[in-house]
Design a protein around this ligand. Sequence first.
Ligand code: UDP
Length: 238
Amino acid sequence: MSNFKWKKILLKISGESLMGSDDFGINPIIVNSFASEISEVVKSGIHLCIVVGGGNIYRGVSNIQNGMDRTTGDYMGMLATVMNSLAIQNSLEKIGIQTRVQSALPISAVCEPYIRRRAIRHMEKGRVVIFAAGTGNPYFTTDTAAALRASEMNCEVIIKATLVDGVYSADPKKDKNAFKYNNMSYLDVLSKDLKVMDASAISLARENKIPIVVCSIVKNQNLSKVLSGKGSYTIISD
Ligand code: UDP
């Protein structure tokens, strides 16, 4: 624990990263490997909460062309994040980590509703709180939900887990000259339009002075390394 730079963290897991090499849905091997990475840091005393995306199942904007209302699509996207949250909860509890799922859209038969003070209490007791259904509002993303919950929970950092190990100048798979940034300012990310997180998420993190660390947790033990200031990542701060 003493090696870790941050003691209270919000981990944002994109829906896409839960697919692994599949085209769609939840890959149980990937979810289990994320759970074991998470359990390593939780067992060393880190207070951790999670916001999960839903893009592996449904994205609101993707069906507008087919006649779907944006708001209906967005609610479907939020429900997709509830499924992902339950999958992560299941994997974590199987390896002995206590969790609670709190949904911004009340679904009382499967999880708790989002109640800030209750979530804080869970975290104080060492439970991993998984925030589902994003912000509960259409026209937002789970990145913004991550910045919002991190601010509400007084987290010291947002760890954005992606499929790549940081922010690159271009897509490293397509451009051989692409290089990785080690440090960036919030304004750099906004002005270069790097699509790391949407602008409202970056602005909210900036306003509340919460650094964002972009890294991959697919690689073995990378989360522990990143939290110790080692491993491969990009840090966005002032
Ligand atoms: N969504 C929403 N409001 C929110 C969070 C998410 O409407 O506060 C919907 C939106 O349709 C989005 C989908 O849920 O496309 C899945 O979330 P996101 O795209 O952020 O997931 P990720 O890219 O992390 O997999």
